[in-house]
Design a protein around this ligand. Sequence first.
Ligand code: ZN
Length: 418
Amino acid sequence: MDGTQILTLGLGLEAPWVLKDQHLDTFVSPHRLDLYVEAERGSLYPCPECGKACKAHDFADKTWRHLNFFQHHCYLHARVPRTQCPEHGIKRIEVPWARPGSDFTLLFEQAAMSLVKEMPVLAVSRQLEMSDKRLWRIVHHYVGRMLGELDLSRVTAVGVDETASRRGHRYVTVFLDMQRKQDPVIFAVPGHGKATIEAFSAFLAAHGGHPNHVTEVVCDMSKAFLNGAAEQLPNAEVTVDWFHIVQTFTKALDEVRKRERRHQAHPKALRWAVLKNTETGNLTDQQITALQELMSDRSATADAWIIKEKLRWIQKAPTPRAARWRITNYLRVMREAVIDKPLLKPMIKALETLKRHTERVVRRWMSGLTNARLEGMNGLFQAARSRARGYRNEANFIAMIYLIGSPVGRLLDRAKST
Ligand SMILES: [Zn+2]
């Protein structure tokens, strides 16, 4: 077996294509290996429309980057014909080693995608010595193609969460199949509110699902979103996620702390101390001291903190009835505590929000869908953000969310093995 035969096997070339020439250039940096592929003279090629063997009309020279040959960049060159079909006229044929329009061979793209699933895109582009822009183009192609194969015909329970694509930038809204144990993301879209749920509903319908089959939605309490859900998913009962309740109160508490700080000095450690979950978060000594001081001086921040912490009593309710009873009592007691205290206004708003959504919150005790999944989204968003580090737009961030958190990643592996 000579070198040409080995390379032919390595490329997986089949008739009519043969490797005609090869050239290793060690005078350029990086070194490159050029492989020249040709079809035998007078070969017939299948018409891309009907598959009928046709004569070539003319040829165009094309080049693809291929997997490195050891440390050398490797390029594949071929003269690609246009067929002259009696029925379909003149058409450019597809070559078996690359997809139409790509400057890379399929093997190169597969290798790139395997790396992108494991490390940041920027790092992969450096390792492959290509621009990250071109690499993103490959990522988008495969993610888009795998999304096309997503089967959503059995989706009946949906969770929704949103995140800023970058600090303070535009939002990305993510939809989850609440019944999927692994890779729950089924849709991600720029923006937030009503438009995103309209987009989801259309996406669901385009992938074999039906908006009318969705019977449960777990989400936060934004009005725009709730209106959208009522319109687009008419059979869905809405459950407000507990995680979002805590988030609402935590934000309000932080607002109170900021307001109060304008009037009186707080110890530095206080900010994180009050925002931390006191049951699971490990407080530092400084933070504990800050909290103790807070409690002794009966500041507004202390009151707000107690209001937030007492949510736990509701959370531990054993039954829906008990939960409803606890919410009612909690609201009564806490409203008395905040009355005539202007600094606590943000807490009053949070309490009103809870009151307005009581039934949706109580549904959590009935629906059986765990909200741990939505809480887990934060980890996914962070991972996607770091993989897409330096990304230029939301589309890249979204592609990464799909790649890490949706079935797309596994569809890709399956496509590769066939
Ligand atoms: Zn034809």
